[in-house]
Design a protein around this ligand. Sequence first.
Ligand SMILES: [Zn+2]
Ligand SMILES: [Zn+2]
Length: 491
Amino acid sequence: MSHATRRQTSLKAIAVAAFGMASIALGTSAVAGPLSPEAHASILASVEGNTAAIDETALQIWQFAELGYQEHQSSALLAQRLRDAGFAVETGIANEPTSFLATFKNGEGPVIAVLAEYDALPGLSQTHNPVQESAGGNAGHGCGHNLFGTASVYSAIAVKEWMVANNIKGELRVYGTPAEEGGSGKVYMVRDGLFDDVDVSVHWHPGNVNSASQGNSMANVSGKFRFYGTAAHAAAAPDKGRSALDGIEAMNAMVNLMREHVPDRTRIHYAITDGGKAPNVVPAYAEAYYYVRHNNPEIVRDVLERVKKAAEGAAIGTGTRVEFEAIGGVYSMLHNETLMHVMDRNLRSVGGIEWTAEETALAREIQKTLTTQEDLTSVSRIQEASTGGDFGGSTDVSDVSWVTPTVGLSTATFVPGSAGHSWQNVVAAGSTIGLKGARLATKTLALTTAELFQSPDVIAEATAEFERRRGPNFEYRALLGDRAPALNYRD
Ligand SMILES: [Zn+2]
Ligand SMILES: [Zn+2]
């Protein structure tokens, strides 16, 4: 079946559900709304029962600390955990060797996807000690993706157990998504149509607070402009040379003039990653690495086209030639308030995190190294859920959010006040502080997913909101174009 057809079928099932025929269309006898107390308790008990396995898995991935598209051990471990739990697992989807897709299907019903990340960050190797101290490797889990992947996988395992025990209809999937940090791993899956028949996607992210809020993220595209000129002796034969570095300088000058004439809040950054090797040789080759960002992906696309024109103009004017290679590109997050409220209610039903005296002591040690001192007891609370705030960065979850209604949460896995991508976060993600945050995420994701399997009317409402927010004529076009996954971007 074509992807377009699969999507239509899926939405048709939801449209029927919206007219109150949910139990017929989706083959469940469930009612919408919060889970029964029995279901709630059984799912929490399932997660609690797996605590040792969750902790062990998260700590193993913390040790592996594998970079984007190199997560062979981390991906294999999570895939094996899912296989052991009875999921059918396919590896290497979307031409990404370290990806996987795990599926459990029980008849016809909603298709719900859980996203799992597991890549580490370069330069953040760190021991368990609360002082900056390399463990001797290269990478570290400064974004807590060891917790992310593990909690997502075990939430799905808990939901599957509950589906089997109660004969709940539907299809549960876990997408093992590599290379979130700059590799845009999910974009290739979205581009290949692997989410086209998904009704809802759920995810989470390690953080400093417990919250179902959906912040604004920025769409971006990054890529390299490579200029080719003609080498020559810079003093004896400059007339015979054409400088590739001139091409970049002319391009940058034009782009810097352009800044006044682009929509507000556009961000353009560049680094000259190769500007020639010696002043007495006219550079035959030069390279600039560019980022264009804005909250609106269409503005990113337009501005990038203008930057490309500046590059072409610069090449013409300097007698050089230019090539562009898109490296990464992600959309901004499309919010879904309908789903946010479901996630928020389930998060509150589990409640905040209580640290032991040892955990508080570790947090205080880490806190001494931070520039801002925040209230550590905030981890015991749940923040108000909103769609207002700025998340600041960019994430490839956003691309998923434009092709399927998507919802996430954050739990306190790090010490409040910590910076993202920091050694302090590596320590926390490898301690029981991180593991407790992951357990809260596992429970909340599982409860939310289970509730959605029983709530076709909520899925219909979320889908209607999703269609409204993305507009009637939306067509997904990956910002990184048609390039293949940049599997060696961390080499
Ligand atoms: Zn992250
Ligand atoms: Zn990150």
